[in-house]
Design a protein around this ligand. Structure first.
Ligand code: FAD
Length: 286
């Protein structure tokens, strides 16, 4: 049986997490499943669950000033419904709206989404498109880690016992911008992504961002696709070429495995569609 603690301050949380066998508990939507499976298999359970949901520092949302910041404890429901998030970081608000069910969105957080390290994490793809850098605290101090370097393999991260993600510093592309998140799943609702794609475009195509998730060990920006867009002329031909390049990147990295039969055309289409919609958002604003 695990002990349970609800610290009131980050310092208390870090002291608790420094104890052997302590584990962070946020929304519990991944962790409770993991604990139940561990219990059924007779595996060791964490000695101490440290509930971080009452820490105000993890609920920070700063999107107006020069330094944008999102607390790790923000839930998907909050991000889906926040007018500020919808205005400034629609790619994450859209991703949040597509996570699981209302119950999962109600408690699931962007801290847990990243720390869990799933290749199919929807919030993670959007955060990578926003160039997020995680702020990670422990009793040793604070370190900063770009999300692209935090996940080392499926469900494995550089987080060490005792570390807590406080939040993410983000750098949205220059305004005005179009941001779109799309996902492909087996069902319309409560579906784990078989593919997800986050796209951000600015009007000059100076800093395009294209992130493909659920294809690699963790969601990643497609530098070759972004370079193609930067040097291209906006329009259907460019979006289609970008889609084909994204699919080519997938087969270069992963080879032609059985899933490629549907993933290659799906990546091509989802990329072209996301870019078309992102550009349409920009045109609507002019
Ligand atoms: C039915 C169902 C549907 C789902 N659908 C989706 C979906 O569509 N898309 C999607 O992306 N995910 C989905 N998920 C997965 C899950 O909801 C998300 O990954 C969620 O973001 C996890 O956050 P949490 O707050 O619940 O984390 P928890 O379950 O509390 O924790 C998950 C892991 O992260 C660690 N952790 C949590 N917070 C921190 C922190 N601040 N610092 C360090 N470590 C931390 C925990 O110790 C644990 O190891 C689904 C889950 C369920 C059960």
């Amino acid at each position: 049986m695990s002990r349970f603690l609800t610290p009131a301050t980050v310092q208390e949380a870090l002291e608790a997490l420094a104890q052997p066998g302590a584990k962070v508990l946020a929304g519990g939507t991944d962790l409770m499943i993991f604990l139940r499976q561990a219990r059924m298999n007779g595996a060791e359970l964490p000695e101490l669950l440290v509930d971080v949901t009452r820490l105000p520092e993890l609920k920070r949302l700063e999107l107006d000033g020069p330094g944008c910041y999102l607390g790790a404890g923000l839930t998907f429901r909050f991000l889906d419904e926040s007018p500020e998030a919808r205005r400034h970081i629609p790619v994450l608000a859209q991703a949040a709206s597509m996570v699981g069910s209302m119950q999962v969105r109600q408690t699931g957080t962007i801290g847990g989404n990243v720390a869990n390290g799933s290749p199919a994490a929807d919030g993670m793809s959007a955060l990578v498109a926003l160039d997020a850098v995680a702020e990670i605290a422990s009793l040793e101090g604070v370190r900063h880690c770009p999300l692209s370097e935090l996940i080392t393999a499926p469900n494995q991260t550089t987080l060490t016992p005792g570390e807590l993600i406080l939040g993410y510093a983000i750098t949205p592309p220059p305004e005005p911008e179009g941001q779109v998140f799309l996902k492909v799943g087996r069902r319309h609702e409560v579906a784990v992504s078989r593919l997800n794609l986050a796209a951000c475009l600015d009007r000059d195509l100076a800093d395009p961002r294209v992130v493909l998730g659920s294809c690699f060990p963790s969601p990643r920006r497609l530098a070759d696709v972004e370079a193609l867009i930067k040097n291209g002329k906006p329009g259907p031909a460019l979006w289609q070429a970008a889609g084909e390049q994204a699919a080519g990147h997938f087969t270069d990295v992963c080879g032609w495995r059985s899933s490629a039969t549907y993933k290659v055309p799906a990546i091509t289409r989802i990329t072209a569609r996301a870019l078309k919609r992102a550009w349409a958002q920009l045109e609507d604003r002019s």
